[in-house]
Design a binder for this molecule. Structure first.
Ligand code: ZN
Length: 369
C-alpha cells in the first residue's frame, strides 16, 4: 500500500450507461430519474412485452422515456430486439432515420422476456449484414440456453459456439458482448480486434457467487448472467480498471418489483441505477485506479458507439463514513399503455424495487446540487 494521501474528490466527464432496462408504465416512471440524474445517455434495452422490434416502436418508447425525465438533457439511445422474423430493410430504415443505435441479440429463453429471441443465428445473418455494412453495433446477451450446459459455464460456451463462428463469418460486424462475467469473456475480447468490446456491470465487479448463495440465498443478487466465482470477479476488475477502451460501463440495471424477486421462482436482475457511480468509485479506489474511472464510465463506450464525449461533468466525493444509499424505490401505481409491459398490475406494498446493496462499505457518492 502506498502512503499517498487519499483522493477525496474526483471530477470526470459525465458518464453514459451502455446497457439499461427501464421497462414501461409505472416502473419506467419510477426508475428513469435515477439514471437521468447521473448519466447523460443510456443504451436502452428493448425487452418489453411485446418486445421493441420496429423503428416506430423504438420512437414511441423513447417518447415515453423522455416523458419521465424530470429535468436536464438525458438522452435515451434506442435499440431493437432481434427476432428471426426481423426484416433487414426495416432495420436499415431505422438506422438511416437515426431511430436506433444498436440491435440486441437475445438467445431465445436466455433471460427476462427473451422468448422472442434467436434460436439459430444463421436465420438472422441478413440483418447482421446490414449492421456490419452500416457499422451499427450488435449487442449480445452472451449465454447459450442449452439445458445440458451448466449455468456457470454458459458464457464460455457461447463464445465457442456462437461468437467465434460469427466473427469468422462477419468480421466487419461490430459486437458488444454485454455484461461479461468471466475471465473467458475478458480473454475473448482481448483476443479480438477493435470490432469487439464488452460492457461490465457494477455488481459483477463487487459480488461473487458466495454473496448469492453462501449462508442463505439472496434473491436480490440473482441476475443473468449469474455471478461467478471469485477468480472471474478479479479478472473483471482488472479489465475494467485497465484503461483498455474495449471494456466500458453497462449497468444492466434491471428493475423488478420486490414480490417478483422474493419468490419461489424469482426474476433475474439487479437494480443499481441509484448507486452505480459511488460503487464504481469504490471499486476503482480499491484497485488504485481512480484515474481510469473516466475511461471506463465516460469515454470508452461513446468511442465504441462513435458518439461525441459528453460536454458536462460530474464530481464524486469520498466521505469519512460509508454512504447510506436508499434501500428501496417506490413505483408509481398508474398503469402502462395497454399491452406494453408486464407491470400493469403493480400496486401495493410489494411493488417497490430494492436498490443494489453492494455487500461492503462504499465511501463514494456523486455530489448533487
Ligand atoms: Zn440486460
Amino acid at each position: 500500500m502506498s502512503d499517498a494521501p487519499k483522493i477525496e474528490s474526483l471530477t470526470i466527464i459525465r458518464p453514459d450507461d451502455f446497457h439499461v432496462h427501464f421497462r414501461d408504465g409505472g416502473v419506467l416512471r419510477a426508475v428513469v430519474p435515477s439514471t437521468a440524474r447521473d448519466f447523460a445517455r443510456a443504451i436502452v434495452m428493448p425487452n418489453l412485452i411485446p418486445p421493441v422490434v420496429t423503428g416506430e416502436q423504438a420512437s414511441a418508447y423513447k417518447a415515453r422515456i423522455l416523458d419521465c425525465v424530470p429535468e436536464g438533457s438525458f438522452q435515451p439511445l434506442m435499440t431493437l430486439y432481434l427476432t428471426e422474423t426481423t426484416q433487414p430493410e426495416n432495420v436499415r430504415q431505422a438506422i438511416d432515420n437515426k431511430l436506433i443505435h444498436a440491435i440486441k441479440l437475445y438467445p431465445a429463453g436466455a433471460t427476462t422476456n427473451s422468448d422472442s429471441g434467436v434460436h439459430c443465428v444463421e436465420r438472422v445473418i441478413p440483418v447482421l449484414e446490414v449492421l456490419a455494412e452500416t457499422g451499427t453495433p450488435l449487442c449480445v446477451h452472451g449465454e447459450v440456453t442449452d439445458p445440458d450446459i451448466d449455468i456457470f459455464d454458459r458464457e464460455a460456451a457461447f463464445i465457442d459456439k456462437v461468437l467465434l463462428p460469427l466473427r469468422e463469418r462477419l468480421p466487419e460486424l461490430r459486437i458488444v458482448m454485454e455484461h461479461i462475467t468471466t475471465r473467458d469473456g475478458v480473454d475473448f475480447v482481448k483476443s479480438q480486434d477493435d470490432n469487439v468490446a464488452a460492457t461490465i456491470t457494477p455488481h459483477h465487479l463487487m459480488l461473487n457467487r458466495n454473496h448469492l448463495l453462501a449462508g442463505g440465498i439472496r434473491p436480490h443478487y440473482y441476475c443473468l448472467p449469474i455471478v461467478k466465482r471469485e477468480s472471474h470477479r478479479q479478472a473483471l476488475r482488472v479489465a475494467a480498471t485497465s484503461g483498455d477502451s474495449r471494456f466500458f460501463l453497462g449497468t444492466d440495471s434491471a428493475p423488478h418489483t420486490r414480490d417478483t424477486k422474493e419468490s419461489a421462482c424469482g426474476c433475474a436482475g439487479v437494480f443499481n441505477a441509484p448507486n452505480t457511480m459511488g460503487c464504481l468509485a469504490q471499486v476503482f479506489e480499491e484497485e488504485q485506479a481512480l484515474d481510469k474511472l473516466e475511461m471506463f464510465s465516460s469515454l470508452a463506450g461513446s468511442k465504441f458507439y462513435r458518439l461525441p464525449a459528453n460536454d458536462s461533468r460530474i464530481t464524486l466525493r469520498r466521505f469519512a463514513e460509508p454512504v447510506k444509499f436508499p434501500a428501496m424505490l417506490a413505483t408509481a401505481t398508474t398503469s402502462s399503455p395497454a399491452g406494453l409491459d408486464g407491470f400493469d398490475q403493480v400496486t401495493g406494498p410489494d411493488s417497490s424495487i430494492v436498490v443494489f446493496d453492494p455487500a461492503q462499505p462504499v465511501y463514494w457518492d456523486v455530489v448533487r446540487d
